[in-house]
Design a protein around this ligand. Structure first.
Ligand SMILES: Cc1ncc(COP(=O)(O)O)c(C=O)c1O
Length: 392
């Protein structure tokens, strides 16, 4: 029997890792007199593009903004269809709707949680203009297959890389040698965090310059610089745009987080390896399957419980973890089952069987760089204890 002892302090599912370096850089920015988009944002764009190996990076105030602008850069709009996964955060789909196009869902590959290329093929119609694959949890989608399909049908690919900074496909960083775009999130829980924020990466000068205009109200080039010496007060609005730009306080955080990314990642990798090792021994847990082509960023560590072997379901499993002071989350409630999508498109349970089966079983466990070895072992022990007490 388990000798599990409940700890006093709650372990959250996620915590940002902010060092003195980030704090000092933010304070320097506050003292610099330049708080809005300015030199630090421009430097962060340059550093980020260099890091992922993209020709251009456009800093924005969220991944949602990047996803929206990526589609707008292709003039996607009313009458068009864009294929994506229902196993994602709402904004992957809502940004398609915001362009006026229709999101068309394709089921996931149950083994990885990422969109299944075979399902994409089934959903292509003459109206299809783009594919938005989501690198779920830091896994990567089967990009060779996806780009083959895109090429065969003349489709644009906007990669949702919210979870995939540091992830690699066949050894190549997501963002490197991009044929479409990659959109990253720097939300508070992400592997690199600026509180809120995002980046659009591309190798296309055309997309990058359109994105710069669209994310700054539609203002003509370099308008952010108009208050500096030598800047000009004159600007034009070349198309109605959005207030989507990043600003220098975020970029200050981003620059320091980027310089610490490898260190933060090495800690994530150690925790994930320990989880893989111990959960791999538990019959009532399915550990994340990582295909050979994937280098996982371990943004999330998502287990699937095996309800057939347990007397409790996933929801009760989460309650039990919470009672043992372990925080969790669920990534994600399938988008097609959200009220807005059920009512508008008539989606219902049963429409995407792999997505729904996955959803019924998933739990995101604590994983963040400042998590200690003791906390990691405690989470493992808590899961083991719940299984022992609730095994059929
Ligand atoms: C898969 C995915 N795409 C997009 C987003 C949107 O990111 P943001 O909050 O930076 O807009 C998220 C947010 O968590 C996400 O998980």
């Amino acid at each position: 029997m388990s000798d599990f002892v409940k700890r006093e302090k709650f372990i959250p599912y996620n915590l940002p890792d902010i060092s003195q370096q980030e704090i000092d850089e933010v304070v320097d920015t506050l003292k610099s007199g330049w708080l809005a988009k300015g030199p630090r944002t421009v430097e962060f764009e340059k550093e980020f593009a260099g890091y992922v190996g993209a020709k251009y990076a456009v800093a924005v105030n969220s991944c949602t903004a990047a996803l929206h602008v990526a589609l707008l850069s292709q003039d996607i709009g009313p009458g068009d269809e864009v294929i994506t996964t229902p196993m994602t955060f709402a904004s992957t789909a809502s940004t398609i709707l915001h362009t006026g196009a229709t999101p068309v869902f394709a089921d996931i590959d149950y083994s990885t949680g990422c969109i299944d290329p075979n399902e994409i093929e089934k959903k292509i119609t003459p109206k299809t203009k783009a594919i938005v694959p989501v690198h779920y949890s830091g896994q990567v989608c089967d990009l060779d297959r996806i780009y083959q399909i895109a090429d065969a049908h003349g489709l644009f690919v906007s990669e949702d890389a919210a979870h995939a900074l540091w992830s690699r496909y066949k050894g190549r960083l997501i963002g490197n040698k991009l044929r479409g775009t990659a959109s990253y999130s720097f939300y508070a829980t992400k592997n690199l965090c600026t509180g809120e924020g995002g980046m659009l990466a591309t190798d296309s000068e055309e997309i990058a310059s359109r994105a710069r205009v669209l994310t700054s109200h539609g203002m003509s080039k370099n308008a952010w610089n108009r208050y500096a010496k030598g800047g000009t007060w004159k600007y034009d609005i070349v198309e109605p745009g959005f207030k989507y730009n990043m600003f220098d306080i975020q970029a200050a955080l981003g620059l320091k987080q980027l310089s610490r990314l490898e260190d933060m990642q090495s800690r994530r990798l150690k925790i994930a390896a320990r989880y893989q090792e111990e959960f791999g021994k538990m019959d009532a847990v399915e550990t994340p399957f990582v295909p050979d082509y994937t280098t996982h960023s371990w943004h999330l560590y998502v287990i699937r419980i095996v309800p057939e072997l347990l007397t409790i379901d996933r929801d009760q499993f989460i309650v039990e973890l919470n009672e043992r002071n372990v925080g969790t989350s669920v990534h994600f409630i399938p988008v097609h089952l959200m009220t807005a999508y059920r009512t508008r498109f008539g989606y219902k349970e049963g429409d995407f069987p792999n997505t729904e089966k996955h959803f019924d079983r998933i739990i995101s466990l604590p994983l963040y760089p400042t998590m200690t070895a003791e906390e990691t072992e405690y989470v493992i022990a808590a899961v083991r204890d719940i299984i022992e007490k609730n095994h059929k």
